[in-house]
Design a protein around this ligand. Structure first.
Ligand code: FUL
Length: 480
Protein backbone atom coordinates (compact mmCIF):
# COMPACT_ATOMS: atom_id res chain seq x y z
CA UNK A 1 0.00 0.00 0.00
CA UNK A 2 1.46 3.32 -1.04
CA UNK A 3 0.27 5.35 1.85
CA UNK A 4 1.90 8.34 3.35
CA UNK A 5 0.56 9.30 6.69
CA UNK A 6 0.72 12.85 7.79
CA UNK A 7 0.18 13.93 11.31
CA UNK A 8 -0.91 17.42 12.02
CA UNK A 9 -0.37 18.18 15.63
CA UNK A 10 -2.15 21.04 17.28
CA UNK A 11 -0.16 21.91 20.33
CA UNK A 12 -1.99 23.45 23.24
CA UNK A 13 0.14 26.57 23.30
CA UNK A 14 0.99 27.31 19.71
CA UNK A 15 -1.11 26.25 16.76
CA UNK A 16 1.80 24.90 14.79
CA UNK A 17 1.12 22.48 12.00
CA UNK A 18 3.79 19.98 11.21
CA UNK A 19 3.65 18.04 7.96
CA UNK A 20 5.90 15.10 7.36
CA UNK A 21 6.21 12.40 4.77
CA UNK A 22 6.13 9.66 7.36
CA UNK A 23 3.92 9.61 10.39
CA UNK A 24 6.02 10.43 13.40
CA UNK A 25 5.43 7.88 16.12
CA UNK A 26 3.86 9.73 19.02
CA UNK A 27 6.11 9.85 22.01
CA UNK A 28 5.74 6.76 24.17
CA UNK A 29 3.09 7.47 26.76
CA UNK A 30 1.04 5.60 29.27
CA UNK A 31 -2.03 3.98 27.73
CA UNK A 32 -5.23 5.99 28.20
CA UNK A 33 -6.98 5.55 31.50
CA UNK A 34 -10.12 3.37 31.38
CA UNK A 35 -13.28 5.46 31.30
CA UNK A 36 -16.41 4.53 33.29
CA UNK A 37 -17.40 0.90 33.76
CA UNK A 38 -15.44 -1.48 31.52
CA UNK A 39 -16.16 -5.03 30.34
CA UNK A 40 -14.64 -8.13 31.92
CA UNK A 41 -12.30 -10.20 29.75
CA UNK A 42 -15.19 -12.68 29.26
CA UNK A 43 -17.50 -9.86 28.08
CA UNK A 44 -14.89 -8.63 25.60
CA UNK A 45 -14.40 -12.17 24.24
CA UNK A 46 -18.19 -12.56 24.03
CA UNK A 47 -18.70 -9.26 22.18
CA UNK A 48 -15.97 -10.14 19.70
CA UNK A 49 -17.94 -13.28 18.73
CA UNK A 50 -20.42 -10.84 17.10
CA UNK A 51 -22.88 -13.51 15.87
CA UNK A 52 -24.11 -16.66 17.60
CA UNK A 53 -26.74 -19.20 16.67
CA UNK A 54 -29.78 -19.83 18.85
CA UNK A 55 -31.55 -23.20 18.59
CA UNK A 56 -35.11 -23.52 19.84
CA UNK A 57 -35.85 -27.22 19.91
CA UNK A 58 -38.15 -29.42 22.02
CA UNK A 59 -41.75 -30.67 22.18
CA UNK A 60 -42.92 -27.46 20.43
CA UNK A 61 -40.98 -28.58 17.34
CA UNK A 62 -43.49 -31.45 17.12
CA UNK A 63 -46.70 -29.72 18.26
CA UNK A 64 -46.32 -26.39 16.47
CA UNK A 65 -46.86 -24.45 19.72
CA UNK A 66 -44.69 -21.49 20.72
CA UNK A 67 -45.26 -22.06 24.42
CA UNK A 68 -45.86 -25.71 25.28
CA UNK A 69 -48.40 -26.47 28.01
CA UNK A 70 -46.08 -28.69 30.01
CA UNK A 71 -48.58 -31.52 29.76
CA UNK A 72 -47.36 -32.93 26.43
CA UNK A 73 -46.53 -36.64 26.50
CA UNK A 74 -42.76 -37.13 26.50
CA UNK A 75 -43.07 -39.39 23.44
CA UNK A 76 -43.99 -36.34 21.38
CA UNK A 77 -40.28 -35.55 21.30
CA UNK A 78 -39.00 -37.95 18.65
CA UNK A 79 -36.55 -36.52 16.11
CA UNK A 80 -35.94 -39.11 13.41
CA UNK A 81 -32.45 -38.09 12.30
CA UNK A 82 -30.95 -35.81 14.98
CA UNK A 83 -27.42 -34.79 14.07
CA UNK A 84 -25.85 -31.99 16.12
CA UNK A 85 -22.70 -32.18 13.98
CA UNK A 86 -24.86 -30.89 11.13
CA UNK A 87 -26.00 -27.91 13.28
CA UNK A 88 -22.38 -27.15 14.10
CA UNK A 89 -21.28 -27.45 10.52
CA UNK A 90 -24.00 -25.03 9.36
CA UNK A 91 -23.22 -22.62 12.20
CA UNK A 92 -19.51 -22.65 11.45
CA UNK A 93 -19.95 -22.06 7.75
CA UNK A 94 -22.33 -19.20 8.48
CA UNK A 95 -19.68 -17.59 10.71
CA UNK A 96 -21.29 -18.03 14.14
CA UNK A 97 -18.90 -18.31 17.09
CA UNK A 98 -21.20 -20.37 19.31
CA UNK A 99 -24.58 -22.10 19.68
CA UNK A 100 -27.12 -21.63 22.46
CA UNK A 101 -29.69 -24.40 22.89
CA UNK A 102 -33.06 -24.33 24.68
CA UNK A 103 -32.10 -27.07 27.14
CA UNK A 104 -35.43 -26.38 28.90
CA UNK A 105 -38.16 -24.07 27.56
CA UNK A 106 -41.30 -22.97 29.39
CA UNK A 107 -42.95 -26.41 28.96
CA UNK A 108 -40.34 -27.79 31.36
CA UNK A 109 -39.20 -30.58 29.01
CA UNK A 110 -35.47 -31.17 29.46
CA UNK A 111 -33.34 -32.08 26.45
CA UNK A 112 -31.00 -33.91 28.83
CA UNK A 113 -31.75 -36.53 31.51
CA UNK A 114 -32.10 -33.99 34.32
CA UNK A 115 -32.41 -35.94 37.61
CA UNK A 116 -34.57 -33.11 39.01
CA UNK A 117 -37.38 -33.74 36.53
CA UNK A 118 -39.52 -36.58 35.21
CA UNK A 119 -40.30 -34.69 32.02
CA UNK A 120 -37.14 -35.27 29.97
CA UNK A 121 -35.64 -37.13 27.02
CA UNK A 122 -35.16 -40.05 29.44
CA UNK A 123 -38.95 -40.50 29.70
CA UNK A 124 -39.39 -40.34 25.92
CA UNK A 125 -39.23 -43.18 23.40
CA UNK A 126 -36.52 -41.31 21.47
CA UNK A 127 -33.50 -43.62 21.36
CA UNK A 128 -35.22 -45.75 24.01
CA UNK A 129 -34.82 -42.99 26.55
CA UNK A 130 -31.03 -43.02 26.17
CA UNK A 131 -30.73 -39.89 24.02
CA UNK A 132 -29.18 -36.65 25.31
CA UNK A 133 -29.27 -33.56 23.07
CA UNK A 134 -27.13 -31.50 25.44
CA UNK A 135 -24.39 -34.12 25.34
CA UNK A 136 -24.50 -34.37 21.56
CA UNK A 137 -24.45 -30.63 21.00
CA UNK A 138 -21.77 -29.85 23.58
CA UNK A 139 -19.59 -32.65 22.10
CA UNK A 140 -20.24 -31.47 18.54
CA UNK A 141 -19.37 -27.87 19.50
CA UNK A 142 -16.12 -29.00 21.13
CA UNK A 143 -15.24 -31.08 18.08
CA UNK A 144 -16.09 -28.27 15.69
CA UNK A 145 -14.43 -25.48 17.69
CA UNK A 146 -17.63 -23.60 18.55
CA UNK A 147 -18.60 -22.33 21.98
CA UNK A 148 -21.62 -23.83 23.69
CA UNK A 149 -24.33 -22.04 25.65
CA UNK A 150 -27.63 -23.01 27.24
CA UNK A 151 -31.08 -21.53 27.73
CA UNK A 152 -32.76 -22.87 30.82
CA UNK A 153 -36.15 -21.30 31.38
CA UNK A 154 -36.97 -20.51 35.00
CA UNK A 155 -40.68 -20.55 34.07
CA UNK A 156 -41.71 -24.19 34.13
CA UNK A 157 -45.25 -25.28 33.31
CA UNK A 158 -44.52 -28.87 34.27
CA UNK A 159 -42.56 -28.81 37.56
CA UNK A 160 -44.96 -29.77 40.39
CA UNK A 161 -43.09 -27.53 42.85
CA UNK A 162 -43.30 -24.43 40.63
CA UNK A 163 -44.88 -21.58 42.59
CA UNK A 164 -43.39 -22.70 45.92
CA UNK A 165 -40.04 -21.97 47.58
CA UNK A 166 -39.02 -25.58 46.88
CA UNK A 167 -38.88 -24.83 43.16
CA UNK A 168 -35.95 -22.43 43.54
CA UNK A 169 -33.95 -25.35 45.00
CA UNK A 170 -35.06 -27.64 42.16
CA UNK A 171 -34.04 -25.00 39.65
CA UNK A 172 -30.64 -24.48 41.30
CA UNK A 173 -30.01 -28.24 41.17
CA UNK A 174 -31.16 -28.31 37.55
CA UNK A 175 -28.67 -25.56 36.72
CA UNK A 176 -25.95 -27.30 38.69
CA UNK A 177 -26.48 -30.54 36.79
CA UNK A 178 -26.27 -28.83 33.42
CA UNK A 179 -23.33 -26.63 34.42
CA UNK A 180 -21.23 -29.43 35.86
CA UNK A 181 -21.86 -32.03 33.15
CA UNK A 182 -21.90 -30.13 29.87
CA UNK A 183 -19.46 -27.23 30.24
CA UNK A 184 -17.63 -25.10 29.55
CA UNK A 185 -20.54 -22.79 28.88
CA UNK A 186 -19.89 -19.41 27.30
CA UNK A 187 -23.38 -18.00 27.89
CA UNK A 188 -26.20 -18.86 30.26
CA UNK A 189 -29.47 -17.59 28.85
CA UNK A 190 -32.30 -16.73 31.27
CA UNK A 191 -35.55 -15.42 29.86
CA UNK A 192 -37.61 -13.32 32.22
CA UNK A 193 -40.98 -15.05 31.59
CA UNK A 194 -42.82 -15.73 34.82
CA UNK A 195 -46.16 -17.35 34.10
CA UNK A 196 -48.25 -19.75 36.10
CA UNK A 197 -47.16 -23.29 36.86
CA UNK A 198 -49.30 -26.47 36.99
CA UNK A 199 -50.80 -25.41 40.34
CA UNK A 200 -51.80 -22.00 39.00
CA UNK A 201 -49.15 -20.16 41.01
CA UNK A 202 -46.35 -17.89 39.89
CA UNK A 203 -42.83 -18.26 41.19
CA UNK A 204 -40.80 -15.70 43.09
CA UNK A 205 -37.43 -16.37 41.47
CA UNK A 206 -34.26 -16.25 43.52
CA UNK A 207 -32.13 -14.49 40.90
CA UNK A 208 -29.36 -13.78 43.34
CA UNK A 209 -28.81 -17.49 43.89
CA UNK A 210 -29.35 -18.43 40.21
CA UNK A 211 -26.67 -15.95 39.13
CA UNK A 212 -24.37 -16.60 42.07
CA UNK A 213 -24.24 -20.34 41.54
CA UNK A 214 -23.83 -19.92 37.77
CA UNK A 215 -20.87 -17.60 38.32
CA UNK A 216 -19.30 -20.08 40.69
CA UNK A 217 -19.71 -23.11 38.44
CA UNK A 218 -19.12 -21.38 35.09
CA UNK A 219 -17.01 -18.31 35.86
CA UNK A 220 -16.50 -17.47 32.19
CA UNK A 221 -20.16 -17.70 31.25
CA UNK A 222 -21.77 -14.40 30.31
CA UNK A 223 -25.20 -14.40 31.97
CA UNK A 224 -28.03 -13.08 29.80
CA UNK A 225 -31.27 -11.76 31.20
CA UNK A 226 -33.30 -8.59 30.62
CA UNK A 227 -30.86 -6.86 32.95
CA UNK A 228 -27.71 -8.98 32.71
CA UNK A 229 -25.46 -9.20 34.71
CA UNK A 230 -23.39 -10.33 31.69
CA UNK A 231 -25.47 -9.00 28.80
CA UNK A 232 -28.95 -7.54 28.45
CA UNK A 233 -32.01 -8.03 26.26
CA UNK A 234 -32.18 -5.43 23.50
CA UNK A 235 -35.86 -4.76 24.28
CA UNK A 236 -37.51 -6.33 21.21
CA UNK A 237 -37.48 -9.52 19.16
CA UNK A 238 -37.31 -7.77 15.78
CA UNK A 239 -33.55 -7.59 15.51
CA UNK A 240 -33.27 -3.87 16.24
CA UNK A 241 -30.77 -2.31 18.59
CA UNK A 242 -30.98 1.42 19.33
CA UNK A 243 -29.24 3.83 16.98
CA UNK A 244 -27.84 5.22 20.18
CA UNK A 245 -26.61 2.28 22.18
CA UNK A 246 -24.61 2.46 25.39
CA UNK A 247 -23.21 -0.77 26.80
CA UNK A 248 -23.95 0.69 30.21
CA UNK A 249 -27.03 0.00 32.29
CA UNK A 250 -28.40 0.89 35.69
CA UNK A 251 -29.78 -2.20 37.35
CA UNK A 252 -30.27 -1.07 40.96
CA UNK A 253 -33.94 -1.63 41.79
CA UNK A 254 -34.58 -3.56 38.57
CA UNK A 255 -34.80 -7.26 37.74
CA UNK A 256 -35.64 -9.57 34.84
CA UNK A 257 -39.17 -9.88 33.40
CA UNK A 258 -41.79 -7.56 34.84
CA UNK A 259 -39.15 -5.79 36.95
CA UNK A 260 -37.03 -4.80 33.93
CA UNK A 261 -36.43 -1.19 32.85
CA UNK A 262 -38.51 0.04 29.90
CA UNK A 263 -37.87 -1.56 26.51
CA UNK A 264 -36.58 1.81 25.27
CA UNK A 265 -34.01 1.87 28.05
CA UNK A 266 -32.88 -1.67 27.25
CA UNK A 267 -32.64 -0.67 23.59
CA UNK A 268 -30.41 2.35 24.19
CA UNK A 269 -28.76 1.58 27.55
CA UNK A 270 -28.15 4.30 30.14
CA UNK A 271 -25.77 7.16 29.39
CA UNK A 272 -24.47 7.07 32.93
CA UNK A 273 -25.26 3.42 33.67
CA UNK A 274 -23.20 2.07 36.54
CA UNK A 275 -22.63 -1.41 35.04
CA UNK A 276 -21.17 -2.70 31.78
CA UNK A 277 -24.09 -4.76 30.42
CA UNK A 278 -24.02 -4.76 26.60
CA UNK A 279 -27.06 -5.44 24.43
CA UNK A 280 -27.77 -8.81 22.82
CA UNK A 281 -30.21 -8.85 19.91
CA UNK A 282 -32.12 -12.14 19.79
CA UNK A 283 -34.26 -12.64 16.73
CA UNK A 284 -35.47 -15.63 14.70
CA UNK A 285 -34.63 -16.40 11.08
CA UNK A 286 -38.26 -17.59 10.84
CA UNK A 287 -41.50 -16.00 12.09
CA UNK A 288 -41.59 -18.26 15.19
CA UNK A 289 -38.89 -19.37 17.60
CA UNK A 290 -39.62 -23.06 16.96
CA UNK A 291 -39.64 -24.83 13.60
CA UNK A 292 -42.96 -25.17 11.77
CA UNK A 293 -43.44 -26.76 8.41
CA UNK A 294 -45.57 -23.83 7.21
CA UNK A 295 -42.95 -21.17 7.97
CA UNK A 296 -39.87 -20.12 6.04
CA UNK A 297 -36.64 -18.21 6.64
CA UNK A 298 -36.20 -14.49 6.11
CA UNK A 299 -34.57 -13.14 2.94
CA UNK A 300 -30.87 -12.23 2.68
CA UNK A 301 -31.85 -8.55 2.57
CA UNK A 302 -33.81 -8.91 5.81
CA UNK A 303 -30.88 -10.72 7.44
CA UNK A 304 -28.48 -8.00 6.32
CA UNK A 305 -30.78 -5.36 7.77
CA UNK A 306 -30.80 -7.28 11.06
CA UNK A 307 -27.00 -7.52 10.95
CA UNK A 308 -26.61 -3.76 10.47
CA UNK A 309 -29.20 -3.07 13.17
CA UNK A 310 -27.49 -5.32 15.71
CA UNK A 311 -23.79 -5.99 15.12
CA UNK A 312 -23.62 -2.64 13.35
CA UNK A 313 -25.12 -0.88 16.38
CA UNK A 314 -22.93 -2.11 19.19
CA UNK A 315 -24.88 -5.29 19.92
CA UNK A 316 -24.23 -9.00 19.57
CA UNK A 317 -26.59 -10.84 17.21
CA UNK A 318 -28.14 -14.09 18.49
CA UNK A 319 -29.90 -15.47 15.44
CA UNK A 320 -32.34 -18.29 16.05
CA UNK A 321 -32.19 -21.11 13.49
CA UNK A 322 -34.57 -23.80 14.72
CA UNK A 323 -33.88 -27.47 13.90
CA UNK A 324 -36.86 -29.30 12.37
CA UNK A 325 -38.72 -32.42 13.53
CA UNK A 326 -35.98 -34.63 12.07
CA UNK A 327 -33.48 -32.90 14.34
CA UNK A 328 -31.71 -31.17 11.44
CA UNK A 329 -31.34 -27.56 10.28
CA UNK A 330 -33.59 -27.50 7.20
CA UNK A 331 -31.92 -27.06 3.82
CA UNK A 332 -33.69 -23.76 3.09
CA UNK A 333 -32.38 -22.20 6.31
CA UNK A 334 -28.83 -23.42 5.84
CA UNK A 335 -28.83 -22.24 2.22
CA UNK A 336 -30.11 -18.85 3.32
CA UNK A 337 -27.36 -18.65 5.94
CA UNK A 338 -24.73 -19.46 3.29
CA UNK A 339 -26.13 -16.66 1.11
CA UNK A 340 -26.05 -14.33 4.11
CA UNK A 341 -22.42 -15.28 4.81
CA UNK A 342 -21.47 -14.79 1.17
CA UNK A 343 -23.14 -11.37 1.20
CA UNK A 344 -21.24 -10.27 4.33
CA UNK A 345 -17.98 -11.61 2.92
CA UNK A 346 -18.44 -9.78 -0.35
CA UNK A 347 -19.40 -6.47 1.33
CA UNK A 348 -16.56 -6.54 3.83
CA UNK A 349 -13.90 -8.11 1.60
CA UNK A 350 -12.52 -4.81 0.42
CA UNK A 351 -11.84 -1.99 2.85
CA UNK A 352 -11.58 1.10 0.68
CA UNK A 353 -10.04 3.10 3.56
CA UNK A 354 -6.94 0.92 3.30
CA UNK A 355 -6.40 2.29 -0.23
CA UNK A 356 -6.03 5.86 1.00
CA UNK A 357 -2.80 7.42 -0.23
CA UNK A 358 -2.75 9.96 2.50
CA UNK A 359 -4.37 10.39 5.89
CA UNK A 360 -3.89 12.60 8.89
CA UNK A 361 -5.35 13.72 12.15
CA UNK A 362 -5.37 17.18 13.67
CA UNK A 363 -5.28 16.07 17.23
CA UNK A 364 -2.41 15.22 19.55
CA UNK A 365 -2.18 11.46 19.84
CA UNK A 366 -0.49 9.06 22.18
CA UNK A 367 -0.65 6.13 19.74
CA UNK A 368 -0.60 6.38 15.95
CA UNK A 369 -3.72 6.99 13.90
CA UNK A 370 -2.43 4.31 11.48
CA UNK A 371 -3.75 1.76 13.97
CA UNK A 372 -7.37 2.31 12.92
CA UNK A 373 -6.61 0.89 9.48
CA UNK A 374 -5.31 -2.50 10.60
CA UNK A 375 -7.22 -5.56 11.78
CA UNK A 376 -5.25 -6.14 14.94
CA UNK A 377 -7.74 -5.81 17.76
CA UNK A 378 -5.42 -4.51 20.46
CA UNK A 379 -3.76 -1.83 18.36
CA UNK A 380 -5.66 1.44 18.61
CA UNK A 381 -5.41 5.15 17.99
CA UNK A 382 -5.59 7.05 21.26
CA UNK A 383 -5.55 10.80 21.64
CA UNK A 384 -4.06 12.77 24.52
CA UNK A 385 -5.98 12.54 27.79
CA UNK A 386 -7.22 16.16 27.59
CA UNK A 387 -8.83 15.76 24.15
CA UNK A 388 -12.58 15.38 23.63
CA UNK A 389 -12.91 15.89 19.88
CA UNK A 390 -10.91 14.68 16.93
CA UNK A 391 -10.71 14.31 13.19
CA UNK A 392 -9.26 11.84 10.73
CA UNK A 393 -9.11 12.74 7.05
CA UNK A 394 -8.44 10.34 4.17
CA UNK A 395 -7.39 11.22 0.62
CA UNK A 396 -7.49 8.96 -2.42
CA UNK A 397 -5.82 9.18 -5.83
CA UNK A 398 -9.02 8.24 -7.64
CA UNK A 399 -12.65 8.85 -6.62
CA UNK A 400 -13.93 6.04 -4.39
CA UNK A 401 -17.51 4.81 -4.07
CA UNK A 402 -18.90 3.55 -0.76
CA UNK A 403 -22.03 3.45 1.38
CA UNK A 404 -20.95 1.78 4.65
CA UNK A 405 -18.66 3.28 7.29
CA UNK A 406 -17.32 0.96 9.95
CA UNK A 407 -16.03 2.27 13.26
CA UNK A 408 -14.89 0.53 16.42
CA UNK A 409 -13.98 1.84 19.84
CA UNK A 410 -11.52 -0.13 21.92
CA UNK A 411 -14.04 -1.22 24.56
CA UNK A 412 -11.59 -2.76 27.06
CA UNK A 413 -11.02 0.91 27.99
CA UNK A 414 -14.74 1.79 28.08
CA UNK A 415 -17.25 3.46 25.76
CA UNK A 416 -16.53 7.11 25.04
CA UNK A 417 -17.87 8.64 21.83
CA UNK A 418 -21.27 10.31 22.05
CA UNK A 419 -21.45 12.31 18.85
CA UNK A 420 -19.72 12.09 15.48
CA UNK A 421 -20.28 12.86 11.82
CA UNK A 422 -18.82 12.03 8.44
CA UNK A 423 -18.10 14.47 5.64
CA UNK A 424 -17.06 13.98 2.03
CA UNK A 425 -15.47 16.48 -0.33
CA UNK A 426 -17.64 17.57 -3.24
CA UNK A 427 -17.08 20.19 -5.94
CA UNK A 428 -18.27 23.02 -3.72
CA UNK A 429 -16.76 21.81 -0.47
CA UNK A 430 -17.34 19.42 2.41
CA UNK A 431 -20.78 17.83 2.77
CA UNK A 432 -22.06 15.91 5.79
CA UNK A 433 -23.33 12.44 4.81
CA UNK A 434 -24.00 11.04 8.29
CA UNK A 435 -24.53 12.33 11.82
CA UNK A 436 -24.64 9.76 14.58
CA UNK A 437 -24.21 9.35 18.31
CA UNK A 438 -22.57 6.26 19.85
CA UNK A 439 -19.96 3.89 18.39
CA UNK A 440 -19.11 1.26 21.02
CA UNK A 441 -17.64 -2.10 20.09
CA UNK A 442 -18.72 -1.77 16.45
CA UNK A 443 -20.74 0.75 14.50
CA UNK A 444 -21.64 0.42 10.84
CA UNK A 445 -23.13 3.61 9.46
CA UNK A 446 -25.37 3.24 6.43
CA UNK A 447 -25.18 6.14 4.01
CA UNK A 448 -26.33 6.90 0.50
CA UNK A 449 -23.85 5.67 -2.09
CA UNK A 450 -21.26 8.44 -2.52
CA UNK A 451 -18.20 8.93 -4.71
CA UNK A 452 -15.39 11.14 -3.51
CA UNK A 453 -11.63 11.60 -3.29
CA UNK A 454 -11.70 12.87 0.29
CA UNK A 455 -13.58 11.73 3.37
CA UNK A 456 -13.28 12.70 6.99
CA UNK A 457 -14.53 11.44 10.32
CA UNK A 458 -15.22 14.09 12.94
CA UNK A 459 -15.64 13.01 16.53
CA UNK A 460 -17.69 15.91 17.85
CA UNK A 461 -17.95 14.80 21.45
CA UNK A 462 -16.19 12.13 23.40
CA UNK A 463 -16.58 11.62 27.14
CA UNK A 464 -12.84 11.06 27.56
CA UNK A 465 -9.99 10.95 25.07
CA UNK A 466 -10.71 9.07 21.84
CA UNK A 467 -9.67 5.41 21.65
CA UNK A 468 -10.62 3.96 18.26
CA UNK A 469 -9.28 0.76 16.78
CA UNK A 470 -11.03 0.69 13.41
CA UNK A 471 -12.21 2.98 10.64
CA UNK A 472 -13.23 1.30 7.38
CA UNK A 473 -15.17 2.19 4.24
CA UNK A 474 -17.14 -0.41 2.31
CA UNK A 475 -19.55 -0.78 -0.56
CA UNK A 476 -22.76 -2.79 -0.18
CA UNK A 477 -24.40 -3.58 -3.51
CA UNK A 478 -26.83 -6.07 -1.99
CA UNK A 479 -28.78 -3.75 0.30
CA UNK A 480 -28.01 -0.36 -1.27
C1 FUL B 1 -38.88 -15.53 25.40
C2 FUL B 1 -39.72 -16.79 25.33
O1 FUL B 1 -40.99 -16.57 25.93
C3 FUL B 1 -39.87 -17.18 23.88
O2 FUL B 1 -40.63 -18.34 23.73
C4 FUL B 1 -38.48 -17.36 23.29
O3 FUL B 1 -37.85 -18.47 23.89
C5 FUL B 1 -37.65 -16.10 23.48
C6 FUL B 1 -36.26 -16.22 22.96
O4 FUL B 1 -37.61 -15.76 24.84
O5 FUL B 1 -38.77 -15.07 26.69
Amino acid sequence: MKRIALLLTISLLSLTLSAQRHAPQPKPADPPKPYGPVPTAAQVAWQRMEMNMFCHFGPNTFTGLEWGEGTEAEDIFNPTALDCNQWVSVAKQAGFGGIILTAKHHDGFCLWPNPMSTHTVRESAWRNGKGDVLRELSDACKKGGLKFGIYISPWDRNAPTYGTEAYNKVFLKTLRHAHTNYGPIFEQWFDGANGEGPNGKKQVYDWKKFNGQTKKLQPNAVIFSDVGPGCRWVGNEEGKCGRTCWSRLDVAGFGPGADAPSQDTLNAGNYNGACWIPAETDVSIRPGWFWRESEHPKSVQELLKIYYNSVGRNSLLLLNVPPDNRGLIPAEDSLRLMEFRAALDSIFAHDIAKDAVFFFTTIASISPVDNIFNDEYDSYWATEEWTRTGMVELHFHEPQTFNRILLQEYIPLGQRVERFHIEIMEEDGWRTIAEETTIGYKRIVLTETVTTKKVRLLIDQSRACIVLNRFGLFMDNILP
